[in-house]
Design a protein around this ligand. Structure first.
Ligand SMILES: C[S@@+](CC[C@H](N)C(=O)[O-])C[C@H]1O[C@@H](n2cnc3c(N)ncnc32)[C@H](O)[C@@H]1O
Length: 284
């Protein structure tokens, strides 16, 4: 089933959490003067016009980047400012003075890609794959792969550079994605246990998240942190009320950073009903 198009959701509160954590991890990895590989299993189109039919339909970006965009940089926590600045830079690069485009995970990767770092972007949807191929100027270091990211990327670990960041961001429209994510991370971790794995998930059905957490706790994978940002209390009636990021082998500074960022975001992006989790799910 390929009905999901990320254009409907680009820049929403879930993208804010995902891209802010991703940017932090990539910046941290880039501080060491050693190359690393980036594997994006579900890359999307690369960038999104907020005036397109998709984005304009529900204006989901107004629940996320739209709210932060209006605030003065000096009032934002450092990491939030850095994320908003990145989106601003992308708009400037795209000849837009205002917020009219939103970058996807491939842009955050390319923006932080050190010399000779290899990046592999996977996308299954034919239309988004074509957009992605146009967006990523492929060369010997940057590859765009049309296919199932859960399958096509397995052989990419362990990486020649001995350092890797893997971002896993499926649509979860098919409920098997919850199980596929944990199986995939387990497989990849067994191939390369020092890799940094980022898993995004939606808060729609709490029991599915509980199950995913338990599977990860039982998997033998060490050092997993969990960051969740909700703009409303859990409900089974209104669709996605929040989202989370699970990070295996996080930068040692990430949790302290998120302890500053999450209270701020849960307040700014909600109408008072927001809440967050910032936890060490599995010890080192
Ligand atoms: C949530 S979106 C990705 C957004 C992107 N990571 C970002 O942050 O900008 C999920 C994408 O995965 C694609 N997709 C769905 N199943 C896939 C699969 N098995 N392998 C690769 N891509 C898939 C969808 O077409 C969609 O573009």
């Amino acid at each position: 089933m390929l009905s999901y198009r990320h254009g409907f959701h680009a820049g929403n509160h879930a993208d804010v959490l995902k891209h802010l954590v991703y940017q932090y991890v990539l910046t941290y990895m880039g501080k060491k003067n050693k190359p690393f590989s980036i594997i994006d299993t579900h890359a999307g189109a690369g960038a999104y016009k907020l005036s397109s039919d998709f984005s304009a339909k529900n204006k989901e970006y107004e629940t996320g980047i739209g709210k932060l965009w209006q605030l003065p940089s000096s009032e934002l926590p450092e990491q939030v400012a850095s994320y908003v600045d990145a989106v601003r830079r992308f708009n400037v690069e795209s000849d837009s003075a205002d917020l009219s485009v939103y970058p996807g995970s491939p842009w955050f990767a390319l923006d932080n890609l050190p010399m000779e770092a290899k990046a592999f972007f996977h996308e299954l949807h034919p239309a988004d794959f074509e957009l992605l191929r146009e967006f990523v100027r492929t060369n010997r270091y940057r590859k765009v792969i049309k296919g199932d990211g859960f399958v096509e990327s397995v052989g990419l670990l362990p990486p020649p550079s001995k350092r890797a960041v893997v971002i896993i961001d499926p649509p979860y429209e098919m409920k098997q994605d919850y199980q596929r994510v944990t199986e995939y991370v387990h497989t990849m971790w067994k191939r390369f246990s020092s890799g940094v794995f980022l898993i995004w998930y939606p808060v729609v059905d709490r029991f599915r998240i509980d199950k995913m957490e338990q599977t990860l706790r039982d998997s033998g994978i060490k050092n997993i942190q969990q960051f969740e940002l909700s703009i409303e209390p859990d409900t089974e009636e209104r669709g996605m009320t929040g989202s989370g990021m699970l990070v295996v082998n996080p930068p040692w500074t990430l949790k302290a950073e998120m302890e500053q960022v999450l209270p701020y975001l849960s307040k700014q992006l909600s109408d008072g009903a927001g809440w967050y989790r910032c936890e060490q799910l599995v010890d080192e």
